[in-house]
Design a protein around this ligand. Structure first.
Ligand SMILES: [Fe+2]
Ligand SMILES: [Fe+2]
Length: 152
């Protein structure tokens, strides 16, 4: 089934958000001081890549060429893999920003789910949305374990 224009636009928006998440988490893995947190960000980057691949598959399945959107400038020029300084961001700030990103992305998927007319597409989007909520839970647990999330 061909995607409606609305479905397509929402999928492309989410794909852009995934590309940003991948880049952000790769960079945060390099910037974080804590070794476990580096691994958390590395794992998240890989998971976001799978989401991007799923969304690209949806577009490809409708013969939509996504090469003109944000994937093409996903990677920075030069080698940013060994950023050893944290550029003034604390681990708490990295976690806080990542959690807020996941909240935003999850609600963006919520829109896409509600606007999706195709059952198969909707199920895939629901699955991704649940995983974004899992990412938020992972980040929340990290914050809580370090005493950085005030519950009251
Ligand atoms: Fe994602
Ligand atoms: Fe995520």
């Amino acid at each position: 089934m061909a995607l409606s224009n609305k479905e397509r636009l929402l999928i492309e928006d989410n794909l852009n958000a995934e590309y940003l998440c991948i880049r952000k988490y790769q960079q945060y893995a390099a910037m974080a001081q804590d070794q476990k947190l580096k691994q958390v960000f590395t794992d998240l980057a890989a998971k976001e890549q799978k989401h991007a691949d799923t969304l690209k598959g949806m577009l490809a399945g409708s013969n939509i060429n996504d090469q003109n959107i944000f994937g093409t400038y996903n990677s920075p020029q030069g080698d940013f893999s060994n950023v050893s300084q944290n550029l003034g961001f604390t681990d708490a700030q990295l976690l806080n920003d990542a959690l807020s990103t996941e909240k935003h992305v999850s609600s963006s998927y919520n829109n896409a789910v509600l606007e999706s007319a195709d059952t198969n597409i909707r199920k895939q989007l629901q699955h991704i949305q649940k995983e974004e909520q899992d990412h938020a839970e992972t980040l929340f647990s990290e914050m809580q374990s370090k005493g950085w999330y005030k519950m009251s």
